[in-house]
Design a protein around this ligand. Structure first.
Ligand SMILES: NC(=O)c1ccc[n+]([C@@H]2O[C@H](COP(=O)([O-])OP(=O)(O)OC[C@H]3O[C@@H](n4cnc5c(N)ncnc54)[C@H](OP(=O)(O)O)[C@@H]3O)[C@@H](O)[C@H]2O)c1
Length: 251
């Protein structure tokens, strides 16, 4: 590709988002770290600068429409376009609640971030992605959103219960498929894919990385490997896929 690769990563201030920013910047991309709290984002950028890595930062709360619109305007003014959008921001509020007693407010919070927020960011960044000749949207989903895996006793997510979170990721998967099909029908050069990072040692859901590691969680660089692979492969025109480091994941 002749044009410079400009990538926005939502939820880039910590966890896998920060690692994605780090690895894509190292790969030579111009990376914009989205953070709902600007000072946390700036701290993360400073950490990268200390490692010799440059990244931009933009305030971006996926749940706040004003923040999303403002972030798109800031990116347009400063960079002009986007090549890649990595929808990584995510949260879980209903972990281990019984489906028969689930707290609806928690389910709504899951959907606010993982589904409505993802759509809001995507819609606002599409005009910038359309200015690129070869663009990508990568949605950081989860095997937890796969109904096939939830029904598979051999699966690592078989015993996990977080129905609000799982449904919000399943919904984001359907958005991935439908958006990919729309772009394909319209011959737009924007691929849309979902990835599953696996179970990864971050602070996700309020755990500590050490706790998740002790339960078999993988290191952060493993968790981002599939995203980084897709985000750096501009010859790959696959769209409407759901994959992880092992290959295809059942929807
Ligand atoms: N860890 C796992 O085992 C695992 C497995 C499968 C999928 N995933 C997915 O991987 C993605 C990254 O998770 P992680 O493990 O890196 O978790 P994490 O360390 O908890 O990071 C989550 C990121 O999302 C941000 N975020 C949450 N709500 C937001 C909002 N309203 N607006 C903008 N940013 C928001 C957080 O910002 P703050 O710092 O401001 O809270 C943080 O930067 C998520 O989509 C998650 O669902 C994780």
């Amino acid at each position: 590709m002749n044009e410079k690769t400009i990538t926005l990563v939502t939820g880039g201030n910590r966890g896998m988002g920060l690692e994605i920013v780090r690895e894509l910047a190292k790969a030579g991309q111009t990376v914009i770290l989205g953070s709902r709290n600007l000072s946390k984002g700036q701290e993360a950028v400073k950490k990268l600068v200390d490692e010799g890595i440059q990244a931009g930062v933009v305030e971006l709360d996926v749940n706040n429409p004003e923040s999303v619109v403002k972030a798109a305007k800031t990116i347009e003014d400063k960079y002009g376009y986007l090549t890649s959008l990595i929808n990584n921001a995510g949260a879980v509020f209903d972990f281990r609640q019984k489906p028969s007693e689930i707290n609806l407010d928690d389910v709504r919070k899951d959907f606010e971030v993982n589904y409505f927020g993802l759509i809001s960011v995507t819609e606002n960044m599409i005009p910038l992605l359309k200015k690129s000749s070869n663009a990508k949207i990568i949605n950081v989903s989860s095997m937890m959103g796969s109904k096939t895996e939830a029904l598979n006793p051999e699966s690592e997510v078989y015993n996990a219960v977080a129905v609000g979170y799982q449904s919000s990721k399943a919904a984001a998967n359907m958005y991935t498929v439908q958006l990919a099909k729309e772009f394909k029908r319209e011959n737009l050069p924007i691929t849309v894919n979902a990835i599953d990072p696996g179970i990864v040692a971050t602070e996700f859901g309020g755990a500590t990385p050490e706790q998740v590691s002790a339960m078999g969680g993988k290191p952060v660089d493993f968790g981002v490997a599939r995203t980084v692979e897709l985000a750096t492969d501009f010859d790959n025109k696959d769209t409407a896929t759901f994959s992880n480091t092992h290959g295809k994941v059942a929807w």
